[in-house]
Design a protein around this ligand. Structure first.
Ligand SMILES: [Zn+2]
Ligand SMILES: [Zn+2]
Length: 296
């Protein structure tokens, strides 16, 4: 028996940046879609989801006026904790049974993300037992920008590590959840893909070939045997995190490698390895987890 590292990343060198969670005057945002789209485009974004509360805004109405790719989305909001429906075909109703919502999002062939888990005075917008019990979603927001100015914490990598450590295979997404101009450009996702098409961005977001960021740029995430190598343009420190949030290695610099312990059981007990890359001004980039599996 030996160890295999299961990574969702490839050798593709092109990456595309986008925000999956945006509000406009179609629900409780302060600016109309045209203004919000122009704002993101001026910042060099490659793709954007307008995701108003319980309404599917048809982005084809706006696509001809922007070179940025617009992907349809909904934030399922009423009657319970909020769930993001990305690359939506049909609007999913806000059923109080959130397992029904997740199932309908998956049946719609959309991507399903649990939003801002640590929002609110109890830091528990998405009750953890509910997150543990729900089945079939793709991931959670590990950073939600608007929570910076609301109660609770924008960061939810704690929830992510708990879920991953319980055996859930989930991706971590970074989004603005922008409601006004000051919320734009806080957190985003960078997808590894040949081209910026709806199909390719969808596949990358669905399969975990992307990273989340609040400012740090990653150039490559490679595997060589049982070693993970992360190369960034501008990180000052890279931390490798494993099961239950244990930090296995801290390296000061823009790139770093982590090699699994040689002992098979010791390596398997880590369950997964993911990198957090810290840059200037408190910025971070989070890679997706690389799973440690036994090869028989
Ligand atoms: Zn929300
Ligand atoms: Zn929102």
């Amino acid at each position: 028996m030996s160890i295999k590292l299961k990574s969702s990343y490839s050798n593709i060198e092109s990456w595309f940046r986008g925000n999956l969670h945006t509000h406009t005057t179609e629900s409780d945002g302060s600016c109309p879609p045209e203004t919000v789209i122009a704002d993101y485009e001026s910042r060099g974004y490659d793709f954007l989801c307008i995701s108003d509360h319980d309404i599917l805004v048809d982005p084809s109405r706006y696509q001809r006026n922007t070179s940025m790719l617009l992907i349809p989305a909904v934030e399922v909001t009423a009657n319970g904790p909020h769930i993001q429906q990305v690359n939506a075909n049909n609007r999913v109703a806000p059923n109080p049974d959130r397992q029904v919502v997740v199932r309908e999002i998956i049946a719609d062939q959309s991507i399903c993300i649990l939003n801002h888990p640590n929002w609110g005075a109890q830091y528990n917008h998405f009750p953890h037992v509910l997150m543990e019990s729900l089945d079939g979603y793709h991931g959670i927001e590990i950073y939600n920008g608007v929570i910076q100015r609301l109660q609770g914490t924008a960061l939810a990598s704690d929830r992510w590590d708990r879920l991953l450590s319980g055996g859930h295979r989930l991706w971590g997404y970074g989004n603005d959840d922008s409601h006004q101009p000051g919320d734009v450009g806080i957190a985003w996702n960078v997808v590894q893909a040949e081209d910026c098409t709806v199909d390719q961005i969808d596949v990358g977001l669905r399969n975990g070939s992307f990273y989340a960021s609040t400012g740090v740029t990653i150039s490559s995430i490679g595997i060589n045997g049982t070693t993970v190598h992360v190369k960034t343009k501008d990180a000052q420190r890279v931390c490798f995190v494993s099961k239950l949030g244990v930090i296995q290695l801290i390296v000061d610099g823009a790139e770093a490698s982590y090699s699994l312990p040689e002992d098979l059981n010791q390596a398997l007990s880590l369950s997964y390895i993911r990198a957090e890359c810290y840059g200037a001004g408190g910025s971070v980039a989070w890679t997706q987890p690389i799973f440690i599996e036994e090869e028989v």
